[in-house]
Design a protein. Structure first.
Length: 147
């Protein structure tokens, strides 16, 4: 049976600020539903993605900004980084992992610049939303067999 990732819930402190941030990145606003009392659900989708994010009031009991390691896949890491910079986002330099496998948590093992061989899955850049939820851009130009 197929299982498809559809939604990731992001814990945020200010829904309107987060909504504005993601819309500024060009993410499509799919829904903004108020509920009973303060309950509110906002759903946005990155360009080209089948999965969306939900943020809101009463949708998560996680601390705002506590999501880490959320990956956005791009085919050109440098162009994606430049686009984020154009939108005013503080984004890291492009990096690869010293071990040449997958990046470590935090900044441990980061080497500035793309993967020297420009292998798929090997080049990254990172940024955070206004609450501190951590995103990683990962360059994939060729998928592994079976994908």
């Amino acid at each position: 049976m197929d299982m498809k990732l559809e939604v990731v819930v992001l814990p945020v402190a200010d829904v309107d600020r987060a909504k504005h941030f993601y819309k500024t990145l060009g993410w499509r606003l799919d829904a903004d539903f108020p509920g009973q009392g303060d309950f509110r659900v906002v759903q946005l989708t990155p360009p080209g993605s089948a999965a969306s994010v939900i943020l809101g009031v009463g949708v998560s009991d996680a601390a705002p900004g506590s999501a880490r390691g959320l990956h956005l896949i791009v085919t050109d890491i440098e162009a994606a980084r430049a686009e984020l910079l154009d939108h005013g986002v503080a984004v890291s330099e492009v990096f690869h992992d010293a071990d040449g496998v997958f990046h470590h948590a935090g900044t441990e093992g980061r080497v500035t610049g793309p993967d020297p061989q420009r292998r798929s899955y090997g080049s990254f850049a990172s940024f955070s939303d206004p609450d501190g939820n951590g995103w990683v851009l990962q360059e994939i130009t060729t998928r592994a067999p079976g994908r």
